[in-house]
Ligand binder design. Structure first.
Ligand SMILES: Cc1cc2nc3c(=O)[nH]c(=O)nc-3n(C[C@H](O)[C@H](O)[C@H](O)COP(=O)(O)OP(=O)(O)OC[C@H]3O[C@@H](n4cnc5c(N)ncnc54)[C@H](O)[C@@H]3O)c2cc1C
Length: 453
């Protein structure tokens, strides 16, 4: 056993936090604690898709992790160009196929619970997990070059210590809130207000409808329905949905969306307010409501017949008010950094939010794990992470928003050119790799000079 180089606390055990913990397992001299607010580690009953760029990062976690993940995906690994999503013009009684998106490599699709359980089962022995630990706040020494620890305070009144704190605590991140308050104290007075304005997430004007449909039920009614075989987007003005088989064909993952451009960055009102249809679902919290089948299918009732066959099989579902995080002025301060949705929660239209948290996690583990990084140089390592990841994830967020507009015909592009426009905006997810950023990160860590910008 090596003597520990430093103790990393990860706040949040979602996709990003657990990927980071597994990625850090390559460095046995780093002690890891994962603090998760929930009583147990779990994921919602929905699907998650990974494009080639994100899945290539997961492959770097080791052959065991890759094999284990592949056992839960209906698609094998390939780097050939393959059809991934059929897109239909569905805002008419009989829809028409508009185009088929092709990507280099499959869109790897998983049940979230399976994906999460694979990461959990590969946590390193250097990692201790703590459930029912909701972080309230932290304090770090004002002079980070001094080696005194960061103190974490949880809502149950308990405390813990660490050398480095990583906020992987999702869109409502407590770490982001504390970190931006610290940052606000260090910037010019004129910038303070902007920094503080980034703490709270904003509503994107998007509501997401999520459920799993029983493939058996659909097959019994419509044995040849396309959705049993292929990922399809049923596109319509203002409302559309996409669906695809997951869990080796047992379920159809359904993700539907309504977009109201005029309500972007407004405050979401759970009772519907006056400016949009009211959802009478049972609210779990301000942003998520349980819906009956009738409530769930309502926004999609004008879509084509083929879509109605799927909607007929819906039994219940949840409605999510999709919030986003503004592009932050920084994702690090001192020995604290943010990753995943805590740093850049984005609109879900490119199916890439989890992929971006995986990329964050791997690059962050690379800079922290590098043997040149010591407790004294951690702030610099985190600044390198910020420099290489923040612009990229911000760009993905913009691209994702554009995809949503394309899928609801809110763009000024002729229908026959929409497929090419969509592919061009999305191909970063299968034509590019994280490797260049990883190489650059290692170069900057090894260079050791104080200048990184
Ligand atoms: C409809 C929809 C479909 C999507 N589909 C896809 C897709 O196909 N592909 C894709 O890549 N992405 C997709 N996304 C985005 C993806 O779900 C998120 O980007 C991803 O889950 C973010 O992971 P995370 O680990 O950063 O945060 P989270 O998954 O939110 O995890 C945060 C964790 O932190 C814990 N936590 C919160 N607060 C605290 C606290 N104070 N203390 C301790 N723990 C705390 C939470 O309990 C949770 O376990 C979709 C999103 C939506 C809304």
């Amino acid at each position: 056993m090596h003597s520990p180089r430093f103790r990393v606390a990860i706040c949040g055990g979602g996709v990003g936090g657990l990927t980071f913990a597994v990625a850090l397992s390559q460095y046995p001299d780093i002690i890891i604690d994962v603090y998760e607010a929930a009583q147990s580690f779990h994921e919602i009953g929905a699907g998650v898709g990974m494009f080639t760029r994100a899945f290539k990062v997961l492959r770097k976690l080791g052959a065991d992790v890759e094999q284990h993940l592949l056992q839960h995906s209906s698609s094998g690994w390939t780097e050939e160009f393959v059809p991934i999503i059929k897109s239909r013009k569905s805002d008419q009684p009989v829809g028409t196929e508009l185009f088929e998106l092709r990507s280099k490599g499959h869109l790897m699709r998983f049940h979230r619970a399976h994906f999460h359980s694979v990461l959990l089962s590969h946590l390193p022995s250097t990692c201790t997990t703590h459930n029912a630990k909701r972080l309230k706040s932290y304090t770090q020494p004002t002079d980070c070059s001094r080696n005194s620890p960061i103190t974490l305070t949880f809502t149950d009144g308990s405390t813990a210590m660490c050398d480095i704190l990583i906020g992987a605590d999702g869109i409502k991140s407590a770490v982001r809130s504390c970190m931006l308050r610290e940052l606000a104290e260090s910037v010019e007075p004129g910038e303070k207000e902007f920094v503080l304005s980034c703490i709270k997430p904003v509503w994107s004007g998007v509501t997401a409808y999520r459920t799993l449909v029983s493939a058996e039920k659909l097959r019994a009614r419509y044995p040849d329905h396309r959705i049993l075989r292929e990922h399809t987007q049923y596109m319509g003005k203002d409302a559309y949905f996409l669906a695809y088989p997951i869990a080796l064909g047992k379920y159809i993952n359904f993700a539907g969306f309504t977009l109201q451009r005029d309500l972007v960055e407004t405050v979401y009102e759970a009772d519907g307010g006056t400016s949009r249809p009211s959802f009478k679902g049972k609210a779990n919290n301000g942003w998520v409501s349980e819906l009956t089948a009738e409530q769930f299918v309502e926004p999609f009732k004008d879509l084509e017949e083929d879509a109605q066959c799927i909607l007929e099989c819906v039994e219940r579902g949840t409605l999510w008010a999709v919030h986003t995080v503004k592009t932050l002025p920084s994702t690090n301060f001192g020995r604290v950094a943010l990753l995943g949705d805590a740093a850049h929660a984005m609109m879900p239209f490119q199916g890439s939010g989890a992929g971006q948290s995986i990329e964050d996690a791997y690059l962050l583990a690379t800079v922290l794990g590098h043997k040149a990084t010591t407790l004294e140089t951690v702030p610099r390592a985190l600044a390198i992470y910020d420099k290489l990841r923040r612009p990229f994830s911000s760009d993905v967020a913009l691209r994702s928003r554009l995809t949503g507009q394309q899928c609801t015909f809110q763009v000024d592009v002729p229908l026959h050119e929409l497929g090419d426009a969509m592919a061009k905006n999305w191909e970063w997810a299968w034509l590019t790799e994280l490797d260049d950023a990883l190489e650059e990160a290692v170069k900057l860590v090894e260079d050791g000079s104080s200048v990184i910008i």
